[in-house]
Design a protein around this ligand. Structure first.
Ligand code: IPE
Ligand code: IPE
Ligand code: MG
Length: 227
């Protein structure tokens, strides 16, 4: 493929429920199929030489969904972690989570933390899962942290620069996403990486996430290169 490959791609994986409903399945069947796509896209990004792939997996607002749907999502994540652990270890993938991970149930928090520790020195691709993530809450926590440091006289207000602020976000040390893809047609960020998205190219596809293939990923990268 010609052109450059973005160092950091972020994806708002939307449309699982609509995909399932359209085929007469329960919404959760869409989440199951969505996990299959996560696997394929992660592999493809690693092959392409992408350095960071951030996947919006669960937003702070998604806690308002029915508890039955939420618990299926955690079951799917738990299984995903079990199945993918070996592949992450052998293929140089570093698993990282951003978001309020402490709100997740123990049965996913434990494997998540242990795989994050086991893969911390891998450097082919960072698979950044946004879990119970919301940009506003991320930004507010940084503000609280910085205010405390000013109150403790460790910092002056003038020390607070854009780069200091960026470095304190959960994506600190990672490049900002150059390409943000959203599936299923909605033209909004839904509280995703609002600071980091300042200069990202946005590509919105009409297809739902469970139909997203590596061909679509290649098309999005082509679109990115044509802008
Ligand atoms: C995205 O698909 C997955 C999550 C938000 C967890 P949705 O579940 O939002 O599917 P739609 O948008 O209702 O079709
Ligand atoms: C965004 O999708 C969050 C994730 C993909 C995890 P939503 O379906 O939750 O967003 P809205 O409700 O359309 O804004
Ligand atoms: Mg949705």
């Amino acid at each position: 493929m010609g052109g450059t490959v973005p160092e950091h791609i972020a994806i708002i994986m939307d449309g699982n429920g609509r995909w399932a409903t359209a085929q007469g399945f329960e919404r959760t069947a869409g989440h199951e199929q969505g996990a299959v796509r996560v696997r394929e896209v992660t592999r493809a990004c690693r092959r392409l030489g992408v350095k960071v792939l951030t996947l919006y997996s669960f937003s702070t607002e998604n806690w308002k969904r029915p508890t039955t749907e939420i618990s299926v999502l955690w079951d799917i994540l738990k299984r995903f972690l079990q199945i993918e652990r070996e592949e992450m270890l052998t293929n140089g993938i570093r698993l990282n989570a951003i978001g309020q991970v402490d709100r997740l149930p123990m049965m996913v928090r434990l494997p998540l933390k242990s795989i994050m520790r086991e893969t911390q020195h891998n450097d082919e691709l960072v698979l950044n899962l946004a879990l119970s993530y919301g940009s506003r809450s991320e930004i507010v926590s940084v503000v609280q942290q910085l205010c405390q440091e000013v109150a403790d006289r460790k910092l002056t207000p003038e020390d607070i620069t854009e780069s200091l602020f960026s470095s304190r976000l959960e994506t600190g040390g990672m490049p900002d996403p150059e390409l943000i893809i959203r599936t299923s047609g909605e033209m909004r960020l839904s509280n995703f990486l609002m600071w980091q998205a300042a200069y990202a190219e946005l590509v919105v596809l009409d297809i739902p996430w469970p139909d997203f293939t590596t061909d679509h990923l290649n098309d999005c990268i082509k679109e990115f290169n044509s802008r």
